[in-house]
Design a binder for this molecule. Structure first.
Ligand code: ZN
Length: 158
């Protein structure tokens, strides 16, 4: 596998790095990932209902394994997009599926302003990790500036 310049100091290509806690804590990373993925959904005509399937299908054709920050192989927790059997048994399957789709549409179905509070919590964090990690692996050459802002961005305008 070729090594990209951005990964020179790493033991593996950061293309396969699962989104880290530090990245999650960076609101600009969350906003950039949301807006990038939203842009790709628009460009490729991907609906919220097919986003995860399309990302998973694309990654399955690529050569590589997801890694944690310690270079260990790690599986993405894609079960956070599945409706638990208990909910299906209790007749809540359709409602739960709808709420998952709503979450995808809320996070990736529109463009986000840079000033919003972009904190994610609970299962939302897990879902974001899955989708953002898949998108980073797929579009690695285009996403290395996620979360990075020019140092003078916070200066008051004259
Ligand atoms: Zn690399």
């Amino acid at each position: 596998m070729t090594h990209c310049p951005a990964c020179f100091a790493q033991k593996f290509c950061r293309r396969w790095l699962v989104v880290t806690p530090d990245e999650l804590r960076n609101p600009h990373f969350v906003i950039d990932a949301r807006n990038f993925i939203h842009g790709r959904m628009v460009r490729h005509n991907i609906t919220p209902g097919t986003l995860l399937d399309r990302l998973l299908n694309t990654v399955s054709l690529m050569e590589g394994d997801f890694r944690n920050g310690a270079w260990g192989k790690i599986d993405l927790p894609i079960h956070v997009f599945e409706v638990p059997d208990a909910d299906i048994d209790a007749g809540r399957g359709a409602v739960m599926r709808e709420s998952i789709l709503d979450w995808v549409a809320y996070n990736f179905g529109r463009a986000w302003d840079d000033r919003v509070n972009a904190q994610l919590h609970g299962i939302g964090q897990q879902r974001f990790i899955v989708i953002a990690s898949l998108a980073r692996a797929i579009w690695w050459q285009d996403v290395q500036m996620w979360g990075i802002r020019a140092a003078n961005d916070n200066d008051p305008k004259p």
